[in-house]
Design a protein around this ligand. Structure first.
Ligand code: AMP
Length: 279
């Protein structure tokens, strides 16, 4: 397995693979890898001739009050995980390599900033889309893998690819969970023992929503209220949002139909967790 920190060397590696007729797959991550990330890499391994994993904690997607400086950085164990998952090359640049001091060009989804994650984190998707576009340009993939865990992110990335005619095939893989249902996340390690136990309420609320819907409840308002009630049983859980939305447009729905998506964001102490389920 190769590790690149230079954009030029990364691009040369990928171009050479493309010239040999290989399908190049990329898995963008911020490191602190867990089974969710590794599942994306193993999927890429099955489907692509060359697999690139990127590891870059992207400053532009964090607001000044967020956890950029304390975000976990575990590059040595990340490398071992990538190697075991069959990755051919890691791209792990520095912030200086990615962003020159006079950097000034961003990609903005004009709708996303106002809703769900974008309402709470107004500059988040601008940072995500900009870095994903840069990573696509540097790693020149045919295919890119993302997790359903970050549902709104998958929607804005697909829209960017459609709107800007980017020749990359976007594949979304299911959320990998802990045994109790908590979605794996690099941020779970911030949780205290008590918060960790309470954190399962995100998943429990989604399961409750699905059960009620299967039982015939169609009102998004009633389903959201039931989900809130589940989360509110946990003393330290503070809800940012509980929503049921159209899976493509993320517009609110009144009457829930199969295929709509339930999304939750909850704060536990200083940690903010998100999860979702297709109903
Ligand atoms: P991150 O390092 O958090 O930026 O995540 C990198 C990629 O891994 C994104 O596409 C995430 O959606 C995906 N991912 C994170 N957690 C999970 C999970 N539990 N299951 C599946 N994919 C995940």
């Amino acid at each position: 397995m190769k590790t690149f920190s230079s954009k030029d060397e990364m691009y040369k590696f990928s171009s050479a693979a493309r010239a040999e007729g290989k399908t190049v797959g990329v898995v963008p991550t911020m490191g602190a890898l867990h089974e969710g990330h590794l599942a994306l890499m193993r999927k890429a391994r099955k489907e692509c001739g060359v697999v690139i994993a990127t590891i870059f904690v992207n400053k532009t997607q964090f607001a000044p009050n967020e956890d950029f400086s304390r975000y976990p950085r575990t590059i040595e164990s990340d490398k071992a995980g990538c190697e075991a998952a069959g990755v051919d090359a890691i791209f792990a640049p520095t912030t200086d390599e990615m962003y020159s001091p006079d950097f000034a060009t961003y990609i903005v989804n004009e709708k996303a900033a106002g809703i769900l994650e974008g309402a709470v984190r107004p500059t988040h998707f601008r940072g995500v889309l900009t870095v994903v576009m840069k990573l696509f340009n540097i790693t020149a993939p045919h295919v890119a893998y993302f997790g359903q865990k970050d549902y709104q992110q998958t929607v804005v990335i697909r829209q960017m690819v459609n709107d800007l005619d980017i020749p990359v095939d976007i594949r979304i893989e299911p959320t990998v969970r802990e045994r109790d249902g908590l979605a794996m996340s690099s941020r779970n390690r911030y949780l205290s023992e008590s918060e960790r136990k309470q954190a399962v309420c995100l998943h429990t609320s989604l399961v409750k929503c699905r059960e009620l819907m299967m039982g015939g409840e169609k009102s998004a308002k009633n389903l959201a209220a039931a989900m809130r009630a589940v989360i509110d049983t946990q003393p330290d859980a503070k809800i940012d949002y509980v929503e049921i939305r159209n899976p493509d447009s993320l517009e609110p729905v009144d009457n829930v139909r199969p295929g709509d998506v339930a999304l939750v964001a909850v704060r536990l102490g200083k940690t903010r967790l998100i999860d979702n389920m297709i109903l």
